[in-house]
Design a protein around this ligand. Structure first.
Ligand code: AMP
Ligand code: ZN
Ligand code: FE
Ligand code: FE
Length: 285
């Protein structure tokens, strides 16, 4: 059994449609794949319609959140949610707020880049995102098309880096509130790439314990952005706190070099996740 619980389609900032993504998952020999676009369930229906026989599809999403330490600025954290009711009103409203927040923030970054002569145009970026939830990868694509950088990866290490003067943050959901919303909608909240120091500041063990107290059910331990040390630390925390352990690729199509299935989830852990999710059914034969 090969299980990948974190992937992005062109409904957010991946490059493949949900149908293409499921075909990629099948061709890579996966048995289970979760679709976890940023702040939207917009790809669920297309994934359900295109599911190839034999492939189990877990409806999911990745919610943009923040942790508020007492002694430093907020830290960006991502919360995976699985098997929740997509029609839960308060949770749906929060996802819509986040998508609006993303649009306003991306436009701020683009205006600042354009004012300094970088080859980006807001209308062009919105057109290229094809209705998907706009993120920095879409701005990176415009910078590649305009010849300012050679690749999306280069854009992320230069003009779009979180310490770049062009970077702008957004008012993401308090992670404890995000956890409560996923649980209220019958879903399973899992802390995504929680110790990925290469992405920026990360939270301490106290925050993970507080999240568990707030209803967190799992930790994404095996992720391409985690070092071996980060993985073993998280594995220990999951054992101490009784949390489900997941592994996944965070596949983004050609926006990243990571292949689908690069990290995977143990089948026994997946069974725990399935047992905890009551908001929407898993899609399988
Ligand atoms: P944003 O959510 O707008 O702040 O953009 C960050 C998102 O871009 C994260 O989901 C990353 O996983 C994704 N991303 C896609 N391609 C890359 C890349 N080459 N380097 C870093 N992050 C990337
Ligand atoms: Zn992404
Ligand atoms: Fe993420
Ligand atoms: Fe992701």
């Amino acid at each position: 059994m090969r299980i990948d619980l974190h992937t992005h389609s062109s409904v957010s900032d991946g490059t493949e449609s949900p149908a293409e993504l499921l075909a990629t998952a099948r061709a890579a020999g996966l048995d289970v794949v979760a679709l976890t676009d940023h702040d939207t369930t917009g790809g669920w229906a297309a994934a359900a319609a295109a599911r190839p026989p034999g492939l189990t599809v877990v409806p999911g999403m990745e919610l943009s959140c923040r942790w508020f330490p007492s002694d430093q600025p907020p830290i960006s954290v991502h919360l995976l949610g699985y098997l929740f009711d997509p029609l839960h009103p308060a949770f749906g409203a929060e996802r819509a707020r986040l998508r609006d927040e993303r649009l306003a923030r991306a436009e701020r970054i683009v205006e600042a880049l354009a004012a300094d002569g970088h080859p980006v145009d807001w209308a062009d970026i919105v057109a290229h995102s094809a209705g998907g939830v706009v993120g920095r990868p879409h701005i990176a694509g415009a910078l590649v098309r305009g010849g300012a950088v050679a690749s999306v990866g280069e854009a992320f290490t230069t003009l779009l880096h979180h310490r770049s003067p062009y970077y702008a943050s957004k008012a993401d959901t308090d992670v404890r509130e995000g956890i409560a919303l996923v649980r209220a909608a019958g879903g399973v909240p899992v802390f995504a790439h929680g110790l990925a120091t290469k992405r920026g500041r990360v939270v301490g063990d106290d925050a993970v314990a507080a999240m568990a107290e707030a209803g967190l059910l799992g930790l994404e331990v095996d992720h391409p952005d985690h070092s071996d040390e980060e993985r073993s630390h998280l594995r220990g925390l999951a054992a101490d706190l009784g949390l489900i352990v997941t592994g996944s690729s965070d596949y983004h199509g050609s926006n990243k070099t990571t292949p689908i299935g690069a990290c995977t989830t143990d089948p026994a852990q997946f069974e725990r996740l399935l047992a905890a999710g009551t908001g929407t059914p898993v899609l399988r034969d």
